[in-house]
Every structure is written in structure tokens, then in C-alpha cells.
Design a binder for this molecule. Structure first.
Ligand code: SAM
Length: 232
């Protein structure tokens, strides 16, 4: 360690290495046509993904793969975060519900995208994970995030309707309560739907007045959505 007063050159070098790796990651996602908008590009360039993974995984934080985060859960691969953000077409000022906070990385991206004018409500069923995520949000000074430990399949009625709902675990179908809590004015939901252990499709649904339209996007593999309107 070469300390110069409070300045630690090793920490500085590590941080700048991480910034370079992060830039490489977003450039690759852009090259492959996964990152399409400047807003999602900036969000993924800004939010330090390595803060959200366990210390021993930090060197792998900018590889395009899911990683374990403890409690038998995973942080999704960067291309999946990018795709879901792009499909949802998030704008500053929106009110978003996220189900499955996990590491909190995707929550932080959403927080960046809605800016200080918007709000992100996020629900996670495992308290260890919300505790960890909350401490990172405060380190990053993300003040527009509201988090609770609960069964997200039931939504968050008091704060509905939501402009966007993002579900980061796979359910057997799209819970009707979540559709009910979407804004009737082009409210959108992105959710993996299918079997408990794979064979799932990423669905984007849009509400227009009383009508609800869905589109299948691609095959995916997520951990199960466990709850009253998910898997038991
Ligand atoms: N976007 C997250 C990230 O960046 O780390 C991915 C999290 S992981 C793929 C899915 C999360 O959904 C897990 O942490 C799991 O505990 C949570 N989950 C599953 N069922 C849930 C439910 N009914 N309500 C809230 N969270 C749930």
C-alpha cells in the first residue's frame, strides 16, 4: 500500500481499472445492438456494477454473465439489464415498480434513468438482500428509491399506478394484480414467464385504457418468482 495522506494509490488504480472495464462492457453491448439509447448507455457507464456483487466476484463484475449474490440468488447478466431497460423505454420523471431487488444493481439503473424527478419502488422477499442493497443506494446517494421486504407478486397498491413494472424473476404467468397496478396510459411491464427452472420467455406488455397487449421478446432463464401469484 502506498498511502499519500488520505489518498490511496492502490484504491485509485483499482477504481480506474474498473471504470475501463465498465467502458469496455458498455461498448461491447452497444456494438452488438443491445444498448441502443444514450440514456441506458450512460446509466450502465455510470453505475458501478462491481459494488453490487460480493467482493470475491468483483473482478468478474464486467463480464457479460450472471453472478451469484448469496441466498441462492443471482445478479442477471449485463446484456439482460440492458435489454430490459431498453424494452421499457424509461423516461425521466416516471414512477417504476421493480419486483426482485436482488443485488440492487438494476434498481440503481432505474433510479438513474428516471432522474431525481422520478421514483423507483422496489420489492424483495429476502431481507439480507434488501439490507445490502439499501446500504449501496445510500453510498451512491440514490434518494429516489423506496424499498421493502415483501411478496412482490401482489405489487405495491398504495403507490400505484406505475408507468413501468419490471419483474426480475420468472412467474408462471403475468399476475393480474400487476396489470391492474399499471398506468392505463401506455403503462408497460417487462416480465419473464414460463417454467420454474427454465424454458421461459421475456414478455413485454402494454396497457392502453382497458386493453392489454403483450409481445414475446426472447427465451431467457431466470430464478423463480415465489409468492401468492407466482410459484409456491
Ligand atoms: N435485478 C436483480 C439484480 O440486479 O440483482 C436480479 C435479481 S434475481 C435474478 C431475482 C430476485 O427476485 C431474487 O433476489 C429473488 O429473491 C427475488 N424474488 C423472487 N420472488 C419474489 C417475490 N415474490 N417478491 C419479491 N422478490 C422476489
Amino acid at each position: 500500500m502506498k498511502n499519500l495522506g488520505d489518498f490511496n494509490i492502490d484504491d485509485y488504480n483499482e477504481q480506474s481499472q474498473m471504470i475501463n472495464k465498465r467502458r469496455e462492457m458498455v461498448e461491447k453491448l452497444k456494438l452488438h445492438g443491445i444498448l441502443r439509447s444514450n440514456s441506458v448507455y450512460q446509466a450502465m457507464l455510470t453505475i458501478p456494477r462491481h459494488w453490487f456483487v460480493p467482493k470475491k466476484m468483483q473482478k468478474s463484475a464486467y463480464q457479460d454473465s450472471p453472478l451469484p449474490i448469496g441466498n441462492n440468488q443471482t445478479i442477471s447478466a449485463p446484456h439482460m439489464h440492458a435489454m430490459m431497460c431498453e424494452y421499457l423505454e424509461i423516461q425521466p420523471g416516471m414512477k417504476i415498480l421493480e419486483i426482485g431487488t436482488g443485488s440492487g444493481y438494476h434498481t440503481a439503473l432505474l433510479s438513474f434513468l428516471v432522474t431525481e424527478r422520478g421514483k423507483v419502488y422496489t420489492i424483495e422477499r429476502i431481507k439480507n438482500l434488501t439490507d445490502r442493497a439499501e446500504s449501496i443506494f445510500s453510498r451512491l446517494n440514490l434518494t429516489n428509491i423506496y424499498i421493502k421486504v415483501d411478496d412482490g407478486t401482489q405489487g405495491w397498491l398504495e403507490n400505484s399506478p406505475f408507468d413501468r413494472i419490471l419483474v426480475t424473476a420468472a412467474g408462471p404467468n403475468i399476475p393480474q394484480v400487476l396489470i391492474d397496478q399499471l398506468s392505463p396510459s401506455h403503462g408497460k411491464i417487462c416480465i419473464p414467464v414460463g417454467d420454474r427452472y427454465g424454458n421461459q420467455e421475456l414478455i413485454v406488455g402494454e396497457k392502453r385504457g382497458e386493453k392489454f397487449y403483450t409481445r414475446k421478446k426472447c427465451y431467457v432463464r431466470f430464478v423463480p418468482l415465489i409468492g401468492k401469484f407466482g410459484f409456491s
